[in-house]
Design a protein around this ligand. Structure first.
Ligand SMILES: NC(=O)c1ccc[n+]([C@@H]2O[C@H](COP(=O)([O-])OP(=O)(O)OC[C@H]3O[C@@H](n4cnc5c(N)ncnc54)[C@H](O)[C@@H]3O)[C@@H](O)[C@H]2O)c1
Ligand SMILES: [Zn+2]
Ligand SMILES: [Zn+2]
Length: 368
């Protein structure tokens, strides 16, 4: 047993707190990772606010990259010394979903909101109490024990801070456009919300060949950065974007609307449904209380589709290395996603900056 510093949330709406946790040794199919960097996704904030289902207390963080320090006796996927990105949904490779190319739906992902391992036990402990890690990860800990199914080996020369973002935000956003929506050359795409996830939806849409990548975000800095990521037109509100789409498509409306706002509300779903034309699709990635409230006729008459997207419909074992390859070839911007770096002690400040619209992504850099 070793100890590790970590940011935990004891109960909904309590700030993140830095504590020393006891960490068990990895069991047969598990590994211990020393995290170097952790991305600050909005989903951790949903957990901290009590807006999403989770067992408390919880170790935060589901975007992370680090080095494998120890492996259990039966581990085959990674070895000590490997650099890894963790996948926020594990990929067992064997279940019905993994074996049919839907690793984002892997059956092993069922404990994401309890943080317990498949055998019903926990690896983090504090004063005799068990703690789960978010998505059975907990990248806001300097060290964590993970299932080997949650680890993806990456090349040693990829910096840890950009690699960490390929745990969730990058594949989720990029895949929302490329996989879940299936954007094609020449199309018109509207992206609502250009934060850590939406910026990558913009990159994905542009790389897939969209003619118009229209971004809606109320924050000027996000709109300016969206242009860097490939947006062709940006607007502060949905109404102005709608008017532009009507004009630029000669009334045919958009092919795709991608919803990646911080908190899903009714209004953005309504705007997205209105902005897509015949055979258009609304793809919902954002999490929040928003409800789909549309008359059937609205879907039928224009043959519109509404698609939910988890992890951008990615296959992490394939997509994580592929996205890092696109980074290396200059086809995917990752450095530009990181606005600020924080120490673990600054985690609450990092989330405040996210909510204040100051960050595309904040990244915690662990000090070892
Ligand atoms: N489905 C999945 O697999 C999955 C995975 C990761 C994150 N998420 C969710 O995706 C959402 C986005 O996460 P993020 O980390 O990018 O958050 P973020 O806070 O970094 O970005 C959200 C962006 O939305 C903008 N915004 C807020 N209200 C808006 C509105 N009404 N119209 C347009 N833009 C608006 C904000 O200014 C901000 O730029 C969150 O709800 C998160 O929980 C889902
Ligand atoms: Zn996330
Ligand atoms: Zn599986």
């Amino acid at each position: 047993m070793i100890t590790t510093r970590a940011a935990i949330c004891r109960e909904p709406r309590r700030p993140w707190e830095i504590v020393d946790l006891e960490l068990d040794e990895p069991k047969a199919t598990e590994v211990r990772v020393r995290f170097h960097a952790a991305g600050m996704c909005h989903s951790d904030d949903h957990i901290q606010k009590g807006d999403a289902q989770m067992r408390f207390p919880v170790v935060g963080g589901h975007e992370g990259a680090g080095v494998v320090e120890a492996v259990g006796a039966d581990v085959t996927r990674v070895a000590v010394g490997d650099h890894v990105v963790c996948s926020f949904i594990p990929a067992c490779g064997k279940c019905r979903y993994c074996s049919t190319g839907h690793q984002n739906l892997c059956d092993e992902g069922k404990n994401a909101s309890t943080g317990e391992f498949a055998d019903g036990t926990f690896r983090f402990h504090l004063d005799g109490e068990d703690l789960g890690g978010l998505c059975v990860l907990g990248t806001f800990a300097e060290r964590a024990v993970l299932s080997e199914y949650s680890c993806i080996k990456i090349p040693d020369d990829i910096p840890f801070d950009v690699a960490a973002l390929v745990s969730c935000g990058v594949p989720t956003g990029w895949g929302t456009a490329v996989h879940a929506a299936g954007v094609r050359a020449g199309q018109t795409v509207v992206v609502y919300g250009a934060g850590g996830v939406g910026s990558n939806a913009v990159q994905g849409a542009r790389y897939a060949g969209a003619k118009n990548v229209v971004v809606v975000d109320p924050v000027e800095f996000k709109r300016d950065m969206a242009k860097v990521f490939g947006a062709t037109h940006t607007f502060a509100d949905a109404r102005s974007a709608h008017e532009f789409v009507v004009e630029t498509t000669w009334g045919q409306l958009a092919d795709h609307a991608l919803i990646t706002v911080g908190v899903l509300g009714d209004e953005v779903i309504d705007s997205a449904l209105q902005v897509v034309g015949k055979s258009g699709q609304v793809t919902i990635t954002a999490v929040g209380p928003g409800q789909l409230d549309a008359p059937g006729g609205m879907l039928i008459g224009y043959q519109r589709r509404v698609q939910g997207a988890l992890f951008g419909n990615c296959n992490p074992l394939y997509d994580v290395p592929r996205l890092l390859g696109l980074y290396r070839s200059g086809d995917l911007k990752l450095d530009e996603l990181i606005t600020r770096r924080y120490s673990l002690d600054e985690v609450n400040q990092g989330y405040q900056d996210m909510l204040d619209g100051k960050n595309i992504r904040g990244v915690i850099v662990h000090e070892h």
